[in-house]
Design a protein around this ligand. Structure first.
Ligand code: ADP
Ligand code: MG
Ligand code: MG
Length: 209
């Protein structure tokens, strides 16, 4: 079971990781975008961190809803609405829950991914966060279906996310600002994929304890 307390801790850890790696994300985005991904994410997750005390006793779904609204209102660019949508779908997938089973977590991860795809229309191989989130969901699903517990399944999912992230390097970007570069987008790791990988890795770190 993943508890409500762990979900709050995850958001705190992810906010700290973003803060710590703000320059790295911005540098990645400088290569194939407009050098603001770290700035965008840090602005949004600093705001998220600041509102966490006000949602401390709420259920997981309400927390995700607040995170979503906070990101949509404070993060510009492509990543704000996309992460906002991920958390909005995560909220719908966890209605009324105070803790999450492995199946609940699968539902959450699947719903978040579906939201990002519906919103951004990116397919696998377009060099976006989808290339990280999608293999993670597939791996998590398979692991859960094989009977693995949440922590073990998340470990597998984070491994798949990391693999997906590395695979973005040789890809030619077909969505977002990086797509304006055409062939020059090849050879660089996707910034949004990088933050998405850290989001999943932060969750794993928290549930591993
Ligand atoms: P912007 O590109 O508007 O400056 P950011 O720099 O914050 O926004 O975010 C860029 C990241 O957003 C990309 O690295 C990519 O992972 C993600 N992204 C951009 N467009 C899409 C899309 N249509 N679908 C999914 N992810 C996308
Ligand atoms: Mg950018
Ligand atoms: Mg921008």
């Amino acid at each position: 079971m993943v508890t409500q307390v762990q979900i709050v801790e995850w958001l705190q850890v992810f906010a700290s990781v973003i803060e710590h790696h703000k320059e790295d994300l911005t540098e990645l985005d400088a290569s194939i975008g407009d050098a603001d991904h770290g700035i965008n994410m840090d602005r949004g997750f600093k705001k998220v961190r600041s509102i966490l005390p006000s949602v401390a006793g709420k259920d997981i779904s309400s927390i995700f809803k607040t995170v979503s609204m906070t990101l949509i209102s404070s993060v510009g660019g492509a990543s704000g609405p996309l992460y906002g949508t991920w958390f909005l779908r995560a909220s719908s997938a966890t209605a009324g829950k105070q803790e999450l089973t492995a199946k609940d977590m699968l539902n959450l991860l699947q719903s978040g991914l579906e939201g990002v795809i519906e919103r951004g229309k990116a397919q696998l191989g377009d060099k976006t966060m989808v290339d990280v989130l999608s293999p993670a969901v597939t791996a998590f699903e398979q692991a859960v279906n094989e009977g693995m517990e949440t922590v073990a399944a998340l470990r597998v999912a984070v491994g798949a996310a990391e693999g997906g992230l590395k695979e973005t390097i040789p890809m030619l970007a077909k969505k977002g600002r990086a797509s304006y570069l055409g062939d020059r987008s090849i050879g660089h790791q996707d910034p949004g994929g990088t933050s998405a990988y850290w989001m999943l890795r932060s969750l794993l770190e928290v549930v591993e304890g």
